[in-house]
Ligand binder design. Structure first.
Ligand code: MRU
Length: 346
């Protein structure tokens, strides 16, 4: 297996979609290949593929599969078929805006085409371009963010905002990778990220594989680590950043931001343009509520009594006043974010 500096999580493979099955990591590493949009929708829902940029590209490719499989010869019928695939894919997960961005980008190609043939060609070109773009954007974002990291820093993250959450290289971990590529010594503190354990299973897997220094901690150890001076900066990914500068990311991010503020540690979300939602303010965003099974079991083993009521919000919202700087491929954004976001991200 290649290292995660170069490996691709999702790829367009000649009219099929190939992706790493992230539910099997870290114990088993294999790819799955899909030919139908419904399979991609199921993969997004069950988190075979997850992470905002990765599901954006995967969903776009899901619509791409509908385009290459369609037998329609008339454009209105072809577009209706794509709309139906798009609507299924849109219903998979509500919080990461990249999902909707990816689908809309493909649907725009279908709507502006003059024939089924040209629509199909334009869509296939677009999904391939989106795959390449994702890696290029993350490399740019990583280089911009690396300027904030000092040699010897310890970075606390949350969830997995690495190569596995994107097509490749990663957002928050892309910043770490870029700093490492610049020759800086960087250590990463990895909270396990209950309930789905993306930190323990995925971030730890990527970092160990790439020989980047890291330590796994339980989610509940974050405050103590900060109070002991063991965290120099917090770098997380994002699933949606609204026009008023609120950051939606994996559950647990908000408490990291509050603790970082208490300990005067800089808090940096790292996200590409496709994660910014310039249409909505924070009150208009739906936070995904996932099933109780993820909480009452750990990797299939029951840990809580039968009948216990469970709440399982998958994301939380960090208000802009807790954010020091946002790292993007277009540069660094500083407060006030209501001004810097539209200026740089429109
Ligand atoms: O539920 P997930 O695993 O899809 O959540 C992923 C995250 O919250 C990531 O931190 C976020 O998508 C940023 S990924 C570059």
């Amino acid at each position: 297996m290649d290292d995660f500096f170069t490996l691709r999580t999702v790829t367009w493979a000649g009219g099929k979609v190939r992706m790493i099955d992230q539910t099997a990591l870290p114990t088993r590493f294999y790819y799955v290949t899909y030919e139908r949009p419904e399979q991609v929708a199921a993969a997004i829902k069950t988190m075979v593929v997850r992470g905002a940029p990765a599901i954006g590209v995967a969903a776009a490719m899901g619509v791409g599969l509908a385009a290459v499989r369609s037998r329609s010869t008339r454009l209105p019928e072809f577009t209706r078929e794509l709309e139906s695939a798009a609507s299924l894919l849109r219903s998979t997960r509500p919080t990461a805006v990249n999902l909707f961005w990816g689908i809309d980008r493909i649907m725009a190609k279908a709507r502006s085409a003059a024939s089924v043939k040209s629509a199909r060609e334009a869509i296939v070109d677009e999904v391939k371009a989106m795959e390449e773009e994702d890696v290029a954007v993350n490399r740019k974002l990583g280089a911009n963010g690396a300027s904030l990291i000092k040699d010897g820093d310890t970075v606390l993250t949350q969830c997995n905002a690495g190569a596995l959450a994107t097509v490749g290289y990663g957002t928050a971990l892309g910043v770490v990778r870029a700093a490492v590529e610049q020759g800086k010594l960087v250590k990463v503190l990895v909270p396990e990220t209950r309930p789905a354990l993306q930190g323990a299973r995925l971030t730890a897997f990527e970092l160990v594989r790439d020989k980047i220094s890291c330590t796994l901690i339980s989610d509940t150890a974050v405050g103590l680590m900060m109070s002991r001076g063991r965290v120099d900066r917090v770098i997380v990914g994002a699933d949606r950043i609204t026009k008023d500068g609120y950051v939606f990311n994996k559950i647990g991010t908000y408490q990291e931001a509050v603790l970082a503020s208490r300990h005067h540690i800089p808090f940096y979300p790292a996200a590409p343009r496709s994660t910014f939602d310039l249409q909505r303010a924070h009150e208009q965003v739906t936070i995904e509520e996932r099933g109780a099974e993820e909480v009452v079991r750990i990797r299939g083993k029951r840990i809580a009594p039968e009948g216990i009521p469970v709440a399982n919000p998958a994301f939380d919202m960090t208000p802009s006043e807790l954010v020091t700087t946002m790292i993007t491929e277009r540069g660094l954004l500083n407060p006030p974010f209501e001004e810097s976001i539209p200026r740089l991200m429109s």
